[in-house]
Design a binder for this molecule. Structure first.
Ligand code: GLY
Length: 372
């Protein structure tokens, strides 16, 4: 069976790798594999820290993917010979003031009701865990099971694993070929068509722009801009991921810190702005004053693939042979292993994983696509 994957972010790469491992002949097309939103993502594996009211099914999917991560990254490292930056570090959600602390109390009760492992901490307990926190911090929630990867390392490892597993990686855009109402393959810019029995579209917020996509399969996915900062120093100012209500800081083992992120509805705009740098640094410094001493190494903007219910579209479409794996919004890195499992099962004709049905692409069939 021939499979083509359009899109080489962490989702497309993970799918291509898993599909090749089960003996399928796989082509992956992307002008710059590992680019796009994957290059800007912070890499939090934080189903607990990032849980939201009213998103129970997404929470379950996130927990399922989080459980896969240790084995996924171990296997990836042994196949690719490269690290992914997987670190079991935990998340500490902190309150700057009494209002934040009241919000954290609600967040804590919500997580307890969902059966999640969380611990409510006093100001003193937060400072004992993370001495770099501002002394004014009023309290916190520890999500000890939330971890991280480095998405740039992860993408490089996935690309190497794909190549070692026989995936034909074509550095090109691709359009979808449809014949007699079903997918026939993809056409790449290098000039020849590649027949495929199934095509997986993992093109993030660019999915609706894939040439050849039949109108009935165009998903309501839109770009949601996020700006992040990378700060560099000799030692990270915290051991854990630190989250306030408006900002998060992800300390890497090498001493650098990712500070994120804005959430902006600005179409395909990827300009970095002074206002975002100012706001992120101001909010970060309120939590961890020492970030002001770090070097500002990078400012970057990425485009998350947002959907009407903030959950991904994973599965078969109404066009025979066409599979979607897109719309992962704020959770693409976390959801890469489970998305790859769901799509690999579909390609192999195995029964769908329990829970996957909630993310079927046709759940928005009555909605008009979002204009670019
Ligand atoms: N998951 C982090 C973000 O989207 O900013």
């Amino acid at each position: 069976m021939n499979v083509a994957v359009i899109g080489g972010g962490v989702i497309g790469l993970a799918i291509a790798w898993r599909a090749a491992q089960q003996g399928l002949r796989v082509t992956l097309a992307d002008p710059a594999p590992g680019g796009g939103a994957s290059r800007v993502a912070a890499g939090m594996l934080a189903p607990v820290g990032e849980a939201h009211f009213g998103e129970s099914e997404l929470l379950q999917l996130s927990l399922d993917s989080w459980r896969l991560y240790p084995r996924f990254t171990d296997e990836l490292q042994s196949v690719s010979g490269r690290p992914s930056g997987y670190r079991e570090c935990g998340t500490l959600l902190v309150a700057r003031d009494a209002d934040d602390n009241a919000s954290l109390a609600r967040e804590y009760r919500f997580r307890v009701a969902e059966g999640l492992r969380v611990e409510r901490l006093s100001s003193r307990e937060c400072l004992a865990l993370e001495p770099g926190l501002a002394p004014s911090i009023r309290g916190g929630i520890l999500a000890a099971g939330d971890h991280q990867v480095d998405p740039r390392l992860l993408a490089a490892a996935l690309l190497a694993a794909c190549e070692r597993s026989g995936v034909d990686v074509v550095r090109s855009r691709a359009s979808l070929l449809v014949s007699a109402g079903r997918v026939a393959g993809v056409s790449t810019e290098e000039g020849h068509d590649r027949p495929a029995d199934a095509v997986v579209i993992a093109a993030g917020c660019w999915t609706p722009l894939v040439t050849g996509l039949p109108a009935e399969a165009v998903p309501p996915v839109r770009p949601v801009k996020g700006q992040i900062l990378r700060l560099g120093g000799a030692a990270p100012p915290a051991q854990r991921v630190i989250r306030g209500l408006d900002v998060y800081l992800v300390p890497r083992a090498d001493g650098s810190v990712v500070v994120g992120s804005t959430v902006e509805e600005r179409g395909f705009d990827t300009a970095v702005t002074a206002g975002a740098v100012y706001g992120l640094l101001r909010d970060a410094r309120e939590l961890l004053p020492d970030v002001a001493e770090l070097e500002l190494v990078e400012v970057a903007a990425g485009l998350r693939p947002g959907t009407p219910d903030n959950a991904p579209l994973i599965g078969a479409t109404s066009v025979p042979g066409l599979i979607m794996a897109t719309g992962h919004y704020r959770n693409g890195v976390l959801l890469a292993p489970i998305t790859a499992e769901i799509v690999a099962a579909l390609l192999a004709g195995r029964p769908a994983l329990p829970g996957a049905v909630a993310f079927a692409p046709d759940r928005f069939a009555k909605l008009a696509p979002v204009p670019a």
